[in-house]
Design a protein around this ligand. Structure first.
Ligand SMILES: Cc1cc2nc3c(=O)[nH]c(=O)nc-3n(C[C@H](O)[C@H](O)[C@H](O)COP(=O)(O)OP(=O)(O)OC[C@H]3O[C@@H](n4cnc5c(N)ncnc54)[C@H](O)[C@@H]3O)c2cc1C
Length: 477
């Protein structure tokens, strides 16, 4: 048995950043990582400016740039291979930071670990699989590893990813669904239609995300239905047949060459959400709290929001003072939940609209493109939501209504699959139903968040008010 101030479970993206953020020269922080070597699973590589701001405030941005991190200026969306890229630049977000970051995931985690270990008081131990919690009455006071050892700590932070074991041990039941699969491919000698931008190509079964992670190297994440093809050769055949035609040349050629080499990584895309993430003496952080489909590339920005909240909430706190620690954790739970809910709602709605599988979503998608071409205000508001610079449900609802208004004009003019009066009426009805569903969801979730906040901590009214506060006050470091 060994005692420390903080034990962090998992030295992935979140755990490593968290260790660096909490290191204050006084605290002893032990990070336990199950894997002895690199994690072979494909994971996120593109960070929005809100997340980049947190990395910068922790002194971690320059080291990541030094190991190959590339600036990203925003997103481009293309409806098909012949379409002109529609740019959504970050610099159209008023007051926002203009640059995101793209970097190979393992290179990023390796560097973050190096940076954490270099800070006084931080130790990362690999090959230590945490299997259980150690409790003293109702309080978590440490963890147990698979070799039977106990690591006791004033505070336990679980950063072990979306399949968190600690979540189950705390009795937190997530809402969970498998949305799709992603095939990750590295296209070499490749060129993007708009260099410096992340790209979303539409038209295939699901969206294709592409961004440059090194000069001439473009990562492509191709969205696939769950469980239709078994084995890499069948998946590759499908990607060649059904996805590649929607990628413009010369990138398509680079994609096909990469598929010829057979090097794809398949990753499951889950939507996992939770309402609770703390108990006395412990908090869950990052994907351990849940995740959304990677379409909006916001997972790590959300992880960094958690890290920032904990750094601010625990900064200068005596971790031996259990009452103060638990109050800080309760505040963290309330604040992170609001941010995460906004993300879930936006991701689900956007995924539906960009896939556009029925008359209603097809009409809304046309409206969305019309809205984006209406000017920088519209694009700035959309990219603010997408990049987590804006996280109020009210802002989502307002933007959704603007898009629906833009879509309505198109439907009335007969820009639908069946332009007859009945066809237009049908599309209008389907669009209305879809809009009502999304708006009801956004407002219902918000009510849940507020009522949960009022039950769970003494800062309920502050949290409810924060719901209406300017997003920059909440989202930016
Ligand atoms: C296909 C795909 C594409 C994505 N694209 C993006 C993107 O472009 N942008 C973005 O922001 N996000 C993206 N994401 C999400 C992003 O990958 C995650 O948000 C991020 O990796 C979460 O980091 P984490 O450290 O919380 O969890 P993980 O990365 O899962 O790390 C958890 C760590 O904990 C360790 N661990 C697990 N269990 C234990 C245990 N019991 N004991 C000790 N250690 C343990 C693991 O070995 C691992 O090192 C994507 C996700 C997927 C699946």
């Amino acid at each position: 048995m060994e005692t420390t101030d903080v034990v962090i479970v998992g030295a992935g993206f979140t755990g490593s950043t968290l260790a660096a953020a909490l290191a204050d020269g006084q605290r002893k922080i032990v990070v336990l990582e199950a894997r002895a070597g690199r994690n072979p699973r494909f994971a996120g590589e593109l960070l929005h400016p809100t997340g980049v701001g947190v990395l910068d405030s922790l002194g971690l941005l320059s080291p990541l740039r030094a190991v190959g991190g590339r600036r990203v200026r925003g997103f481009c969306v293309l409806r098909d291979a012949r379409d002109e890229p529609l740019r959504l630049p970050y610099d159209e977000v008023p007051g926002g930071r203009p640059d995101g970051l793209a970097i190979e995931h393992q290179a990023m985690v390796d560097e973050l670990r190096r940076q954490a270990i270099a800070r006084p008081g931080v130790e990362v131990r690999c090959g230590r699989h945490v299997t259980d919690l150690v409790r003293d009455g109702g309080r978590v006071v440490g963890v147990r590893t698979d070799d039977g050892r106990e690591q006791r700590a004033s505070l336990v932070l679980g950063a072990e990813g979306r399949h968190s074991r600690l979540r189950g041990l705390l009795g937190i039941a997530p809402r969970q669904r498998l949305v799709s699969m992603n095939a990750a491919v590295l296209a070499r000698d490749a060129e993007l239609p708009a260099p410096g931008f992340g790209h979303v190509f539409l038209g295939a079964w699901g969206p294709i995300l592409a961004y440059e992670i090194a000069p001439g190297e473009v990562r492509m994440c191709l969205d696939l239905p769950v469980g239709e093809e078994r084995g890499a050769p069948a998946v590759i055949a499908r990607l060649r047949r059904e996805h590649a035609p929607f990628v413009p040349e010369p990138l398509r050629g680079a994609l096909l060459r990469a598929l010829d080499e057979g090097a794809i990584d398949l990753a499951a895309c889950h939507a996992i959400s939770t309402d609770r993430c703390t108990a006395p003496g412990i908090a869950l952080v990052g994907d351990a709290n849940g995740c959304a489909h990677p379409l909006t590339a916001a997972g790590m920005t959300l992880c960094l929001n958690d890290v920032r909240l904990l750094r601010d909430g625990l900064g200068g706190l005596d971790l031996g003072d259990r009452g103060s620690v638990d109050a800080a954790l309760a505040r963290y739970q309330d604040e992170r939940r609001r941010f995460a809910r906004a993300r879930e709602i936006l991701t689900d709605a956007l995924y539906d609209v960009l896939r556009a599988t029925d008359d209603g979503t097809r009409a809304i998608r046309r409206g969305l493109f019309r809205y984006w071409t209406s000017g920088p205000r519209a694009r700035g508001a959309s990219i603010a939501l997408l990049s987590c610079a804006e996280s109020r449900p009210r802002a989502f609802v307002e933007e959704y209504l603007r898009v629906v208004a833009a879509a309505t004009g198109g439907v009335l003019r007969g820009e639908v699959n069946a332009p007859s009066l009945a066809g237009r009426a049908g599309a209008m009805l389907a669009m209305g139903r879809r809009a009502i569903r999304e708006i009801a969801r956004a407002t219902a979730r918000r009510a849940t968040v507020q009522s949960a906040a009022s039950r769970s901590s003494t800062i309920s009214s502050a949290t409810a008010l924060a719901n209406e506060a300017p997003a920059s006050a909440i989202a930016m470091p």
